[in-house]
Write a protein that binds this ligand. Structure first.
Ligand SMILES: *[C@@H]1O[C@H](CO)[C@@H](O)[C@H](O)[C@H]1NC(C)=O
Ligand SMILES: *[C@@H]1O[C@H](CO)[C@@H](O)[C@H](O)[C@H]1NC(C)=O
Length: 473
């Protein structure tokens, strides 16, 4: 009779959640006064304690996933001045930017880094009233998640990004208040999908999306993460969010604006490096530098098996400490014959800087990933692909054979005298500007299902976060 009426429905908002907890406390106090019998008290405290543990657990998992997502310390990112527009702000006066009521963020996300900042952080600059008119013909591109700057442009200077382009009448901005005047809005999609996946965060995420959206404005689905890491849309809100886009800009070659992590380029003047003598000076076999120890592709399991048949030295967070990048890769470059460029996910066209950066070192690359490498301009004779071997054991036998045959071994390196790879920034600024200026670009609408099927491979049997098939040893 006196048991607390715990509301079993999952709280939909932070407010409900908190008042729910408050109700329980009030009831407990009432019961304390009325009941002297200790057993009853325990009967009441029991369920409360379980509830407490559950809420603790929930908070804990939210914070855990946040941290897991934080690959790069975004607080380290410099804050460059934005393009010409903000100058107007001081001239025309300001309004309080927060007169629109929105839930307090602090409660949900105390000072966290990573995705959260990318999604929700406010601008420092006030909004001018009225918003200045754009010069005729100039295209304005809004980088919506401005705190994720490292995703957009490695050199972090959006003022100069159009300088070398054939079509340059574009300007990039990070001021969210310019959304109504922008020709394109680039959204770092996984950051939002992630927040729409949490009932507590969904209202906040919705509130932060641009509210005024001209019909000719293009929203661009932007990501450099594989579908495995891009937070599969679990809630209706997350799926609805995917139905807002006109263009895609990802590492996939079939994006509206494809942007691989690397592109092959033929050297204008061929190099003349003597890979053979370098190879002969190397004493060690396989090296792997890695910082994420448990992955979707379960590369860690593959490597463990490989180690049974050939020495593999593991450096970085999942292995031996090896100093800073220069020192670590200097050692690999000087001493090791093979380097493992294993991706963390098996997904279409997903070959990351892991692969492209290892071209800088004179070690033969061993690839493992879900991409068709030759579709990305990586010729089969340029690397060793684990997909061509039945098992890690068979791969090891091949590597040991190459170790005995320097001529054959260097055939995997000699191509580098003629070709190299460039690592483009996350955004193809020139192509973006060209497309925005092209009067023949048709309107385009992706439905939520289009996006789900294309990027995530939503139907469970052909998800594009594929499971490894090479681990049956
Ligand atoms: C925000 O402030 C402006 C200017 O004072 C006002 O016109 C507008 O109605 C306010 N918006 C809200 C949602 O209160
Ligand atoms: C962009 O997508 C939105 C939402 O689907 C749509 O209303 C709009 O017409 C599209 N605009 C263009 C230029 O394709």
């Amino acid at each position: 009779m006196y048991y607390p009426q715990v509301n079993r429905r999952a709280p939909r908002t932070g407010h409900e959640f908190l008042t729910g907890q408050m109700n329980i406390r009030i009831r407990m106090m009432q019961l304390w006064r009325r009941q002297r019998a200790l057993p009853r008290l325990f009967a009441i405290l029991g369920p409360c304690f379980i509830l407490f543990l559950l809420t603790k657990h929930f908070n804990h998992t939210v914070i855990q996933t946040q941290l897991m997502d934080t690959d790069v310390d975004m607080d380290q990112m410099p804050f460059p001045p934005t393009a010409s527009l903000p100058a107007a702000a001081s001239q025309v006066g300001t309004v309080k930017k927060n007169n629109v009521s929105r839930p307090k963020l602090q409660k949900y996300a105390p000072q966290s880094r990573g995705w959260l900042k990318c999604t929700f952080e406010d601008e420092d600059l006030p909004q001018p009233v009225p918003i200045p008119e754009r010069p005729n013909g100039e295209k304005l591109i809004l980088l919506f998640n401005h705190k994720c700057r490292h995703y957009y442009s490695e050199e972090h200077d959006i003022k100069t990004v159009f300088q070398g382009c054939p079509v340059k009448n574009c300007i990039a901005t990070e001021e969210k208040w310019l959304a109504p005047k922008s020709d394109a809005v680039i959204l770092l999609a996984p950051a939002f999908v992630r927040y729409f996946n949490f009932p507590l965060h969904a209202p906040v995420a919705r509130d932060r999306l641009p509210k005024v959206r001209p019909a000719e404005q293009r929203w661009i689905f932007y990501t450099r993460e594989s579908p495995c890491q891009s937070h599969f849309p679990k809630t209706k809100e997350a799926r609805d969010f995917l139905g807002l886009f006109n263009w895609t800009m990802t590492f996939r070659t079939d994006s509206d604006i494809p942007r691989p992590f690397g592109v092959p380029v033929k050297r204008t003047v061929p190099q003349n490096k003597d890979y053979l003598s370098k190879a002969k000076s190397k004493q060690k076999m396989v090296a792997w530098a890695v910082s994420h120890c448990e992955t979707w592709s379960r590369r860690e399991d593959y490597v463990k098996e490989l180690q049974k048949y050939i020495p593999v030295d593991i450096f970085g967070q999942c292995g031996e400490e090896c100093g800073n990048n220069d020192k670590c890769f200097g050692n690999i470059d000087a001493n090791y014959k093979f380097y493992l460029a294993f991706e963390n996910s098996f997904s279409t066209d997903y070959v990351t800087e892991k692969w492209y950066r290892s071209v800088l070192y004179d070690t033969v690359i061993i690839s493992r990933g879900g991409a068709d490498y030759s579709r990305l301009g990586i010729k089969p004779e340029w690397h060793i692909n684990t997909a061509d071997f039945k098992s890690p054991k068979e791969l090891a036998e091949y590597l040991l054979m190459l170790d005995k045959d320097p001529e054959k071994y260097v055939s995997y390196l000699n191509w580098r005298n003629e070709y190299t790879f460039e690592e483009p920034t996350g955004i193809d600024w020139c192509e973006l500007c060209r497309k925005l200026n092209d009067p023949n670009e048709p309107p385009k609408i992706y439905s939520s299902d289009d996006m789900l099927n294309w990027f995530y491979g939503s139907t469970t049997d052909k998800t594009d976060c594929r499971l490894p098939t090479d681990l049956n040893f």
